[in-house]
Design a protein around this ligand. Structure first.
Ligand code: IMP
Ligand code: MG
Length: 173
């Protein structure tokens, strides 16, 4: 079905890393804080589902939707498509992102959520593409650093497709 994709990270490699990140979050977030995971739709829904199950403590999940991409290039314009359903004031918030590319989406989200006075605002990102940085972003829990290639699978898409690939791959050119 996907002979137009070269594998980059297989499902077992991703699963092992997600377990590590989950254990790190479990150990680091203070026990008396209410933890809120905020997956950024749509790309992070697969990562967030696995990460949430790798965290061994109470938490709640609330989604935030935004979009900055058309095809394979960032438009530089970030739009909110869905806002949080509840207040995050005083809570320990971890934004869950699929990939930090230029950093523009995270800058927008972090500025937006910071105005709501969480007790802590952290970031877990499965992937980071430092070669494309326009705005430096601090990633508290990082999966993998990758080269400047367009990746699909494990939630990441090309024009809406490939999100259901169980591994991460690069489109053959
Ligand atoms: P940024 O605002 O440039 O950091 O872009 C972040 C968003 O662009 C991510 O949340 C992804 O949805 C999308 N994106 C960036 N690079 C890729 C890629 O290689 N494959 C699929 N989506 C990507
Ligand atoms: Mg995204």
């Amino acid at each position: 079905m996907h002979d137009d994709i070269d594998a980059l990270l297989d499902a077992e490699t991703i699963a092992a890393k997600v377990r590590e990140l989950g254990a790190e979050i479990t150990a680091k977030v203070p026990a008396d804080r209410e933890l809120v995971l905020v997956p950024v739709l749509k790309g992070s829904f697969v990562f967030a589902a696995d990460l949430a199950r790798a965290i061994d403590r109470h938490l709640v999940v609330d989604f935030f939707g935004c979009r900055s991409y058309e095809g394979t290039s960032s438009s530089g314009v970030v739009q909110t498509t869905l806002d949080l359903s509840k207040s995050i004031e005083g809570k320990h918030v971890i934004i869950v992102e699929d990939i930090v590319d230029t950093g523009l989406t995270m800058q927008y989200m972090q500025e937006n959520l910071a105005t709501r006075h969480p007790a802590a605002l952290e970031l877990a990102s499965l992937l980071h593409k430092p070669a494309r940085t326009k705005v430096p972003v601090d990633i508290d829990y990082l999966g993998f650093t990758i080269d400047d290639v367009f990746v699909v699978g494990y939630g990441l898409d090309f024009d809406g497709r490939y999100r259901n690939l169980p591994y991460l791959g690069v489109m053959k050119s």
